[in-house]
Write a protein that binds this ligand. Structure first.
Ligand code: NBY
Length: 839
């Protein structure tokens, strides 16, 4: 025996080293090591980014064990896996979230302090990956967080855009777009995996040829091949050992093509080819809720979808799972129709490259895919012109025609002699120029179709997908969206979390329904006082921020009334502006009028090509210029446009909100998720009966929600009987005065033309019915002002909103997906086993 009689002392020796240890001393040493050996800097010449990078690598080292163990466990067990396919992942900064989920925020904070650094400042330094537009992309990110936290084997698949959503600047009140060079300082969170690169074919034509057995087969002869290189980012669960993967594809040129051109002496041609290939993952399309129909966009879609499917077949081969079991090994969730070419692409892979029969391949395909719809807006439903589609994806078009033929036969069987139904349901729109209807393709190729809030799912079934609901009622289901409380509470609102911790512990972080326990404290005046105190401190931070970035003085005692979301006419930021102008008019008419002081905060980007949305931004800034300076206003109203709204910025803003503006035209906002983030942070909602507002109202109670506007049925009915916006203008003097102010040029240096398009829209057709909802909105806002003056009432409402938001955790959404149709179980990751093996 080599060891003394007891080996206990040896167990005391930790395998803790500078890459794993969590003691303050080890963290400091690891940080210094990374600064020196990775950044190549000593402290005196290190930039803030160097310090950020050194810390990021320190944290990354500490999550790699979890990441590798997770991958190893999934491989060994050949675990059933969710593949979440999305053209967008709006992840937000990674460092803070990883510190929270690893449970090492406090240690690292202390270690940095001892090194004379400020963790907050280092967190600020991170350039966020803005690889999404808004709700849809952020939902994908929240879902990855919940999947990892619930220990569900999953992979996110998307595109590694070199340029994400543009940065927004405001010049003379107008939005200006700036390229988002998020990768320029390096990205410490991704690992390239070139050994798992794949090739994607594009263009060319197909041919029927006999194979070696004399059987005829289709061959696709592409005229272009692009290489996809995967870049992996770890997705940590909250205080679990699970670290899943987000795999994003970067497009590069295939070497063989370069060599070919190079051999023939066409050097510049070869370089050009390289540029064309790399363009595919160059930039995120900056539109939300409108499809563009651009060739490059279709190339992006087939590119990432084809890379991902091939990656999945590689994974199966590595685990010795036969391809026949594809639908058992993977469920593919389609985040809207953007990845829906995956349906014909999987068919093509199985038939053309793996020699399956049509029926075999189709059997697998329709058991694999599930489709989430995010919109009812007709302009957001993707359709590809047949000519464009056929040019880029000739083989996929053939497959879609075949799917369509068989599908229409099915429709004929179920609904004989209904020619109009066939025309309506065909995957090919033949009413004019011919198009492929991607939403219909997704419906036919998926076993599940879900909307993102109860009302939205109901409207899908009644309206946009009614025929498909009649055809396949069993496929339809609702999955109300959710948000992750880790990022949108624990990380972003430490003050609220501290207060919650003192009263109800922190079970709620993993089980948000636990927040209900707060209801027991709502009658405690001391608690309400602390609640107000907390909100006040958060507001003060934002006041300071606004002062330092815009020079505007904001009254910390005014109500923080916030609308933060993409600019779109259906979201009706201009209805909010009409309220501001109305209050302003009241002050001008009677400068001594009693008015609840308010600060109106706006944040959000407009699609660069969306003229009306950009004009609304200009209007907000123009109204702000007048209102903020008018001495009659006496600081009772302030209008602030917070430029360049992002996930990082949102995290600062949600906690400070008191009133959350959710005022879309009923029936237009599929769900909304900002509405949830605000309410979870103690803001009260003023909103229409739209999207998830309906369910928020149901949860928090009507007495804790300011409801306004028409219902969806009323919107439909009013449209049907003939809507006349002009009538509302004529009959409501306050509305008339507000519109006239804009039309007169009062906010545009006397120029009546600047906002004329907006005014004409509102008085002419007013597609989104602002005129119809104006009076109800204004009256409800007056109630809001009243309620705010009753400080105890308001505080109670705020507390009860937080207490009753349990339903809106993305953990609940993901559990519903798992149980309802993913049919997938958690897999526990063991760390000890590994540590002992290495020890
Ligand atoms: O998805 C949003 C919905 O508007 C919102 O109500 C919902 O809460 C959220 C999550 O379910 N949709 C959205 O963000 N859509 C897009 O960003 C988007 C982006 C691109 C395109 C279409 C829609 N496109 O066709 O290119």
């Amino acid at each position: 025996q080599i060891l003394p009689n007891s080996s206990e002392p040896l167990k005391e020796v930790r395998v803790e080293d500078d890459r794993t240890g969590l003691s303050i001393e080890t963290l400091k040493r690891a940080f210094a090591d990374n600064l020196f050996y990775i950044q190549g800097k000593f402290p005196e010449i290190a930039s803030r980014n160097d310090f950020y990078m050194a810390l990021a690598y320190t944290v990354r080292d500490r999550l790699l064990r979890r990441w590798l163990n997770t991958a190893e466990t999934y491989t060994r067990n050949a675990s059933r896996t969710v593949a979440y396919m999305s053209a967008e992942f709006l992840m937000g900064p990674q460092l803070g979230n990883n510190l929270i989920n690893l449970g090492i925020y406090d240690q690292v904070n202390q270690a940095m302090k001892e090194l004379g650094l400020d963790l907050e400042e280092l967190l600020e330094e991170e350039e966020e990956p803005g690889l999404g537009n808004g709700g849809l992309g952020r939902l994908a990110a929240c879902y990855l967080d919940s999947l990892a936290t619930l220990e569900i084997p999953s992979l996110g698949y998307g595109i590694r855009y070199e340029f994400g959503i543009f940065e927004q600047d405001i010049k003379d009140g107008w939005q200006v777009e700036i390229t988002d060079k998020w990768l320029s300082a390096g990205n410490p969170w991704e690992l390239p995996r070139p050994e798992w690169s794949v090739e994607v074919k594009l263009g060319g034509h197909t041919e029927m040829r006999a194979d070696e057995h004399g059987h005829f087969k289709v061959y696709w002869l592409p005229d272009k091949i692009v290489k996809g290189i995967p870049y992996d980012t770890p997705i940590l669960g909250y205080k679990t050992n699970t670290a899943n993967t987000l795999r994003l594809w970067k497009a590069e040129a295939v070497e063989s093509f370069d060599f070919y051109a190079f051999d023939s002496g066409d050097y510049l041609g070869a370089v050009h080819q390289k540029t064309v290939s790399e363009n595919i993952s160059k930039v995120l399309y900056p539109n939300d809720n409108s499809a563009q129909g651009k060739e490059l966009r279709l190339a992006q879609q087939i590119f990432f979808v084809s890379c991902s499917l091939k990656d999945m077949t590689r994974i199966m081969a590595g685990q010795n799972v036969p391809l026949e079991q594809f639908a058992d090994k993977f469920v593919i969730q389609l985040n809207d129709t953007h990845p829906s070419v995956a349906i014909p692409e999987l068919m093509r892979l199985l038939i053309d490259e793996h020699n399956m029969t049509w029926d075999q391949a189709w059997g697998i395909t329709k058991k694999t895919f599930a489709y989430t719809n995010h919109t009812l807006l007709p302009e957001a439903l993707e359709r590809w012109p047949i000519s464009l589609f056929g040019r880029m994806l000739p083989r996929h078009l053939e497959i879609i025609y075949e799917i369509n033929n068989r599908f229409l036969d099915e429709v004929r069987m179920k609904f004989p002699d209904d020619v109009d139904r066939l025309r309506r349901m065909s995957l090919i729109d033949e009413s004019g120029e011919r198009y492929v209807r991607m939403a219909f393709l997704a419906c036919v190729g998926s076993y599940s179709i879900n909307g993102v809030a109860a009302l939205h799912t109901e409207l899908l079934q009644k309206d946009v997908l009614h025929d498909f609901y009649e055809m396949y009622p069993e496929k339809f289901n609702n999955k109300t969206n959710g948000i992750t409380p880790r990022r949108f509470m624990v990380l972003s609102n430490p003050r609220l979390c501290k207060l919650l911790h003192s009263k109800i512990g922190d079970e709620w972080v993993k089980n948000l329904y636990e927040l209900r326990k707060l209801e027991g404290f709502v009658d405690d005046p001391e608690f309400r006082h602390q609640w107000r105190q907390m909100k006040q401190e958060i507001k003060q931070d934002v006041v300071d921020y606004i002062k330092s970035t815009t020079g505007i003085n904001v009254n910390v005692n005014s109500m923080f009334d916030i609308q933060a979301k993409r600019f779109h006419e259906y979201k009706r930021q201009h209805l909010n502006v009409l309220h501001i102008i109305t209050l302003y008019n009241r002050i001008k008419a009677n400068p001594n009028i009693e008015i609840t002081p308010r600060t109106f905060l706006f944040g959000g980007k407009a699609a660069p090509g969306y003229y009306m949305a950009k004009l609304i931004i200009k209007l907000i800034n123009s109204v702000g210029d007048i209102v903020n300076r008018d001495p009659d206003v006496r600081d009772r109203l302030k209008v602030v446009f917070l430029k360049d709204f992002s996930v990082k910025f949102a995290q600062k803003i949600y906690p400070a909100a008191e009133l959350s503006e959710q005022i879309s035209t009923a029936g237009k906002e599929a769900s909304g998720t900002g509405n949830m983030k605000f309410a979870l942070n103690g803001a009260i909602t003023i909103g229409t009966l739209d999207g998830a507002n309906v369910e928020i109202l149901e949860e928090v109670g009507a007495e804790n929600f300011f409801l306004c506007g028409l219902t969806t049925e009323e919107v439909y009915a009013l449209k049907a009987k003939g809507y006349k916006p002009w009538e509302y203008y004529k009959k409501d003097p306050e509305l008339k005065l507000a519109i006239d102010r804009i039309a007169s040029g009062f906010f545009s240096h006397g120029d009546p033309n600047l906002f004329k398009p907006l005014v004409d829209h509102l008085l002419g057709n007013d597609q989104y019915m602002l005129m119809a909802d104006y009076r109800s909105y204004i009256d409800t806002q007056d109630e809001v002002s009243q309620a705010y003056r009753d400080i105890d009432r308001w505080t109670r409402m705020s507390i009860l909103n937080v207490a009753r938001m349990g339903k809106f955790s993305s953990d609940r959404s993901i559990r519903d997906y798992c149980e309802d149709f993913w049919k997938i179980q958690p897999v526990k990751i063991d760390l000890k086993q590994y540590v002992e093996a290495t020890a």
